[in-house]
Design a binder for this molecule. Sequence first.
Ligand code: GDP
Length: 310
Amino acid sequence: MLAVLSGGTGTPKLLQGLARLLEQEELTIIVNTAEDLELSGLHVSPDIDTVMYTLAGIVNEETWYGIRRDTFACHDLLERLGEPELLRIGDRDRAVKLYRTLQLQRGKPLSEVTGELCARFRVGAKVLPMSDDRVQTRIDTEAGVMPFHEYWVQRRAVDRVKGMSFEGVENAKPAPGVLDAIKEAQAVIIGPSNPVTSIGPILAMEDIWMALIRNREQVIAVSPIVGKAAVSGPAGELMKGVGYEVSPLGVARFYREYASTLLIDWSDKGLAGKIDEIGIRAVPADLLMPDVSSRVRLAREVLELAGVQK
Ligand code: GDP
């Protein structure tokens, strides 16, 4: 079994590749929930939904958000009624979010509801929220402290980042199955997700980072940074904001305690020596995944490093 730590864009691309090479049952995905939010009366778990839709083969690959070819009648009407939504939620996607909200209101934990939804969507992989407890990312900017979606979606990352916190993380427990997955996995993959706001909240949970450190030899990270920039999204600004250089070397410093291997892009091969010096083995590969074949190719490299025969 492979455990994969995931956010909602970069790692799902890799998951698509892994799912072409492995039985989904061999994958356990531990997903960031610190960007979950309440919107239009719904509990939105953006990263869980993207992972689930990806493994179900229905994700909208243009945005890595929502369901492919969804309709937006409800969203459009809400807007006309003067109730604009921060995120554009499609009709079928809304049904999923509404189902989740109703189940949570009935007292079920998020992990149980996620399991039910995955079963309905015939997802064979085990998809686990990092925690059933509420953890929320707060970005500290020059314009004040704000939730991640206000910083990224509403204000388009215009504010200089000074730091961040994960509210509630001190008391949050890993969801059932998370620690066992890390302990029992043949390898743990830290996917190419935003280190600070997607992987950061998972690593901020004490029981999880302790389990990873104990298993460090089996932990392989994939850099979401190629050259001096993130492939997409605000990871660069956020890394800078918490004091890390925006480069694969910065990623290596971020993960040095938890991971023994870091995949970097061939174009960054010149940094391999410096990365090795800080105690992480740098392995060059083609890290850009614009299409399915590049996702499968990178997944194959990851499996080889993990010692999984394919
Ligand atoms: P979020 O939840 O939407 O923020 O998604 P993630 O954190 O999972 O993904 C965002 C990260 O994915 C960014 O830091 C990107 O640099 C990275 N990313 C996106 N596409 C690729 C890709 O093709 N290759 C690599 N290596 N990283 C990617």
